[in-house]
Design a protein around this ligand. Structure first.
Ligand SMILES: [Zn+2]
Length: 178
């Protein structure tokens, strides 16, 4: 298994370099576990996989100067890479992503990958060592800064989204005075 894993990691990354010639790679902390395996085997697989992956990334940097950015993966399947709206209900099926704010549709994996790329511009909040809560806070702040007016009770999914609870509360308090 060791040999197979090492050659698969090498094969996939070599192919990426050969077909796309990237100057930079953006990666999340990868999960090498597989369903149906024991915890012990999964731990082995996970450590080994990460080890090979890291070694291969280093090799690509040394040989081709390809740099690598490690970003936090949290919420990358729930956020829309087009408008930035983050909602648990944006992804209703495994393969399909549909944004409840702007209606943007995309293959779920492509959407997640675009989110990861955008995390480079978040500074410390976007790195693989950042906290999930800090990241969510930043995503929510970005969205309400961009779209600060509520759309009306039934058309604004943020009003029933727990991630936007404090924004919703501030909207309600303003409404109470109007
Ligand atoms: Zn959207």
């Amino acid at each position: 298994m060791r040999g197979w894993l090492e050659s698969e990691v090498g094969r996939c990354l070599n192919r990426l370099v050969a077909t796309r010639a990237p100057a930079e790679l953006v990666v999340e902390r990868l999960d090498f576990r597989a369903p149906g395996l024991s915890r012990r085997l999964n731990r082995l697989l996970s450590n080994m996989g990460r080890g090979f992956f890291e070694a291969k990334l280093k090799d690509l940097e040394e040989r081709f100067g390809i740099t690598c950015n490690k970003v936090i993966a949290a919420y990358s399947s729930q956020a829309d890479s087009a408008c930035g709206y983050v909602d648990k209900n944006n992804r209703t099926e495994q393969a399909n992503f549909k944004c409840l704010w702007c209606g943007h549709r995309r293959h779920a994996d492509v959407n997640s990958a675009r989110n990861l790329i955008q995390r480079r511009s978040l500074g410390d909040t976007g790195t693989s060592r950042a906290s999930r809560d800090a990241l969510l806070g930043a995503l929510v702040r970005q969205h309400v800064a961009r779209y600060n007016r509520p759309r009306g009770r039934s058309a604004d999914p943020r009003l029933s989204n727990p991630y936007f609870r404090s924004w919703t509360a501030s909207v309600r308090s303003i409404e109470a005075y109007v």
